[in-house]
Write a protein that binds this ligand. Structure first.
Ligand code: PDD
Length: 289
């Protein structure tokens, strides 16, 4: 199934076919906005508060005013699931732009932000989760503020497309050989029983799943080092994995056609996957919202 029929437009619910925007819209013309992708399992959100918090942080960083409170928006998003009788695994996409106004780089005055949100089905990719994926490495040519979940995704889109054309699932991005994250996920290396990942600075998106992984590692007494690694370190890794709301915790078994360790998902990666399934209550969760 594609998009569920009821969508959220500003703070009202409407049919998906009734939403249109003028061509002078700042998201369209400048990528002048921020967004979130939120996972849904069995009709209920996972990490909803974390995503809403990050949305407000992103909006504040680019000086877009969200007129609803966090609580109001959270309730609207939950209501969106209810109104669509959502009961399956899916995802929500939400974006907020600086609004509709005659094209001018300068912010428009007294123009309300444009917001919409919709949901789609998104079955878990059990093949990738069980077998792992291959990835490539690409130069990270993005701006300095990658902690903002901005609509400007052209470098990410280009890197992901290159990965696809090379038969890979993702692109690990690096600045001068120093790994930051992937085109649409965070990335981790395991060596001698410890996890390494780029620190949560302005150079990466502070993933909601990443935040949970840090907690899972703590619970499992696995050292979680916010210490980056280089492209060269990858060849010597015991395990490698990536995380995002849509990919969950996906093992990486090949990088630039070179196998990682024995080419199978690693032990620590699997432990974290189990912790994720339990945390998201994927097996037990029924229709609670
Ligand atoms: N991507 N890094 C980047 C660049 C991302 O785009 C994402 C998410 C992540 C992981 O964040 P989280 O764990 O909060 O999903 C890291 C989403 C899913 C997307 O744009 O489709």
């Amino acid at each position: 199934m594609s998009v569920y029929p009821i969508i959220l437009a500003q703070t009202k619910f409407t049919h998906r076919d009734s939403l249109t925007y003028p061509y002078e819209e700042r998201g369209l013309q400048f990528g002048d906005g921020v967004y979130e992708v939120i996972r849904i399992y069995n009709g209920a959100f996972y990490l909803l508060n974390e995503h809403v918090d990050r949305l407000y942080r992103s909006a504040e960083a680019v000086k877009i005013e969200i007129t609803s409170t966090k609580e109001e928006l959270t309730n609207l998003l939950i209501d969106l699931l209810v109104r669509n009788d959502m009961t399956t695994d899916g995802k929500l996409y939400l974006q907020i732009t600086r609004g509709s106004a005659p094209r001018d780089h300068v912010f428009p005055v007294d123009v309300p932000a444009n917001m919409y949100a919709y949901i789609t089905d998104a079955p878990r990719n059990t093949t990738n989760l069980e077998n792992g994926v291959s990835v490539i490495t690409e130069r990270d040519v993005r701006w300095e503020y990658c902690y903002i979940k901005s609509l400007n995704l052209l470098p990410n889109v280009l890197a992901k497309q290159t990965a696809k054309e090379k038969g890979s699932y993702e692109a690990i991005l690096h600045k001068d050989g120093f790994v930051t994250e992937c085109s649409s996920s965070n990335v981790y290396l395991v060596k001698d029983g410890e996890i390494y990942t780029h620190p949560a600075t302005t150079k990466i998106l502070h993933g909601c799943v990443r935040m949970r992984i840090e907690q899972f590692a703590r619970d499992l007494s696995i050292p979680f080092n916010e210490e980056g690694f280089s492209v060269e370190d990858i060849a010597l890794a015991d395990e490698l994995f990536l995380s995002s709301s849509t990919s969950e915790i996906t093992p990486i078994v090949k990088v630039d056609n070179q196998q990682i360790a024995d080419g199978k998902p690693g032990k620590i990666t699997k432990q974290l996957q189990e912790a994720y399934v339990e945390d998201a209550a994927i097996k037990e969760r029924s229709m609670e919202h």
